[in-house]
Design a protein around this ligand. Structure first.
Ligand SMILES: *[C@@H]1O[C@H](CO)[C@@H](O)[C@H](O)[C@H]1NC(C)=O
Ligand SMILES: *[C@@H]1O[C@H](CO)[C@@H](O)[C@H](O)[C@H]1NC(C)=O
Ligand SMILES: *[C@@H]1O[C@H](CO)[C@@H](O)[C@H](O)[C@H]1NC(C)=O
Ligand SMILES: *[C@@H]1O[C@H](CO)[C@@H](O)[C@H](O)[C@H]1NC(C)=O
Ligand SMILES: *[C@@H]1O[C@H](CO)[C@@H](O)[C@H](O)[C@H]1NC(C)=O
Ligand SMILES: [Cu+2]
Length: 579
């Protein structure tokens, strides 16, 4: 309890500074007598003997043991790589794609120094899924919470991992992450199902052999560009010349594994499965679930699923398969999207296994996900105006543009929303149309949003700073308009997560509580769409955003202003991702 209570208290007093925030580190030498680790293969539900477990609501509390922070140094540079055998000029972190996995324990403070060693691009790094409680300035959304980091500069991000599970980090500078600026995040913590070993992250993405800047240009003027292939853990055999390789895992027989599946994609959702090995799904995004079994999962861009499976099949090599459901992306050129799981007792080779599941899948989230810690949401009065309704629209002229309530987001890299606050201009924010700003001013009130899709294209909707409750979601049948009929909504124990799929021609109703002062983006995670304006900003409890933290924004903007004046590469799009 004390962690967030203390935070809320200090926020209210405007006292928060980095060093004053509670810190935690579960190093054996640091562990207090009262908080030994109790997390074992036979009891993954337990975390610490002082009561932290999978039944601890990470929105309310997290463990702090007062150890040193976890520090990372990330260096972003141009580099030629050939992830699927075809050479591409990429932008990567520490020379690898994906970048280094950030690993910490639940409650740790992370201090991450990001150096921009690129020549012509700024950057900012968003820690996707991390709710940044009390640390809005660390959210890494350029044009919103910071100015980009200019070439030659380093910016330090500092925040606490108040949640646990699987996430990822990526550039928020236009479409840059599609050229390689991303990596996985693993926050160790308790789980709802026992397992013996953790196989770590499995990232999956569509892949473009041309740069995001080129593809973004194409997507602005025509239909969504066709992806040239897909990658799992940054590699794949391509369908053109069969160069490249499949990602592979070696597994021991009769062992229970945890696997962390992450869609880090640009424009495609994936159906995934592992031949012969059904999944027990234990977590969706950062939210632990009541475990359920399935032979396949649909994973939208930005979503994560933690699954457990047992190697109880005949020792052999097995395909892990991914495919793009129809209507869920840009018709990938490569249909053979595989990784290989090899039993350690056999010689690794291309599998001959057959698919466990051949059901045609739609571009829709699994229904009925039940959080381990169910929480209910109060009823609301549906007003059907811009206090609770977000209408998604589109125009193709003069260039492809997405609109929410008839307005497109277009942030200014050099004028992030927090800079207005730093400069004492909070009052003028609502008059700047490009911000697409919605103010949420009542502390701890639940805010409800009916997101109505006017087109037959599904969108993965991602919210920063919160996990949202999904009160209702249509399931892909055409032409559904939310009528206001609340009997179609689930207020009792709705799923919670930070990305959910807005169905084509349908609607989704979400809610979240104003419990995290700051400015938070909500946007479509299809890179082309957010670049073309599909996003809003929620300005939450503006008077409680500590003025002191904003000094960091002014400082980082000064460095950006100096560099931006000297470059010929100017902002080409909404600034959030490139179209
Ligand atoms: C990344 O590279 C930096 C600079 O070369 C180095 O100091 C750091 O240890 C590397 N970090 C990781 C996680 O590999
Ligand atoms: C980013 O850098 C690439 C070259 O690596 C360049 O093509 C692109 O125009 C740059 N974009 C911006 C917005 O600076
Ligand atoms: C797995 O365990 C079962 C029973 O515990 C045993 O019969 C079987 O031989 C084991 N399989 C392998 C591949 O070790
Ligand atoms: C899921 O499958 C596992 C392994 O087959 C089984 O032990 C478990 O009871 C199943 N769980 C549910 C919720 O059906
Ligand atoms: C979609 O909704 C319809 C109508 O509510 C229902 O009959 C159908 O089973 C649902 N389909 C799926 C895949 O959930
Ligand atoms: Cu979209």
């Amino acid at each position: 309890m004390w962690g967030l209570k203390f935070l809320a208290f200090s926020l209210a007093l405007g006292l928060v500074r980095t060093s004053a925030l509670p810190e935690a580190r579960l190093k054996p030498v640091q562990i207090r007598q009262s908080s030994q680790s109790c997390n074992t293969p036979a009891n993954r539900q337990c975390w610490l003997t002082n009561g932290f477990s999978v039944d601890t609501d990470s929105e309310v509390s997290y463990p702090e043991t007062g150890g040193p922070p976890i520090e990372y140094f990330l260096d972003i540079k141009e580099k030629q790589l050939a992830p699927d055998g075809r050479t591409k000029n990429m932008l990567v972190i520490n020379g690898t794609y994906p970048g280094p996995t950030i690993t910490a324990d639940w409650g740790d403070r992370l201090i991450i120094h990001v150096t921009n060693s690129m020549t012509d691009n700024g950057t900012s790094i968003h820690w996707h899924g991390i709710s940044q409680v009390g640390s809005n300035t660390e959210d890494g959304a350029n044009g919103v919470t910071e100015c980009p980091i200019p070439p030659g500069q380093t910016r330090t991000y500092s925040f606490i991992a108040t949640q646990h599970g699987t996430a990822w980090y990526h550039s928020h500078y236009s479409g840059q992450y599609g050229d390689g600026v991303l990596g996985s995040i693993v926050i160790n913590g308790p789980a709802t199902q026992n397992y013996e070993e953790d196989l770590g992250p499995l990232t999956i993405t569509d892949y473009y052999t041309k740069s995001m800047w080129q593809m973004g240009e194409d997507s602005m003027h025509g239909g969504p560009p066709q992806a040239h292939g897909a990658l799992i853990n940054g590699v794949m055999k391509n369908s053109e010349n069969e160069d490249g390789s499949y990602a592979s895992y070696t597994v021991k027989p009769n062992t229970t594994y945890r696997l962390r599946i992450i869609n880090t994609g640009i424009d495609n959702g994936f159906k995934v499965s592992l031949d012969g090995h059904p999944f027990t799904v234990i977590q969706a995004d950062f939210v632990p679930l009541k475990p359920y079994n399935t032979t396949w999962l649909f994973v939208a861009i930005g979503q994560r699923y933690d699954v457990v499976f047992t190697t109880n099949q005949a020792p052999a090599n097995y395909w892990f398969r991914a495919e793009v459901p129809s209507g869920c992306g840009s018709n990938l050129m490569n249909k053979k999207i595989f990784a290989i799981f090899s039993y350690s007792t056999v010689t690794a080779a291309d599998p001959t296994s057959t698919a466990s599941d051949s059901s045609a899948v739609t571009c829709a989230d699994p229904t009925g996900l039940e959080p381990r810690i169910p929480k209910s949401v109060p009823d609301f009065t549906y007003v059907n105006d811009n206090t609770d309704k977000l209408n998604v629209g589109f125009t193709g002229s003069p260039v492809n543009t997405w609109k929410i309530n008839d307005n497109s987001i277009s942030v200014d890299w050099k004028q992030p929303t927090l800079r207005y606050l730093a400069d004492g201009q909070a009052a003028s924010l609502s008059e700047i149309p490009g911000l697409n700003l919605y103010e949420l001013s009542v502390p701890d009130k639940f805010y409800y949003w009916v997101i109505q899709n006017g087109l037959n294209i599904p969108h993965p909707i991602h919210l920063h700073g919160h996990e949202f409750y999904i009160l209702g979601q249509t399931n892909g049948t055409t032409g559904q308009t939310f009528s206001g009929d609340k009997s179609k909504l689930n207020f009792e124990k709705p799923p919670r997560r930070d990305v959910a799929t807005l169905p084509g021609n349908g609607w989704m109703v979400i809610a979240f509580q104003a419990n995290n002062p700051g400015v938070w983006l909500m946007h479509c995670h299809i890179a082309w769409h957010v670049s073309q304006g599909f996003g809003v900003q929620f300005l939450e409890r503006v008077s409680e955003i500590p003025a002191e933290s904003l000094a960091k924004v002014s400082e980082n903007c000064k460095a950006w202003d100096e560099w931006y004046g000297t470059t010929t590469y100017k902002q080409p799009d909404s600034g959030l991702r490139r179209a």
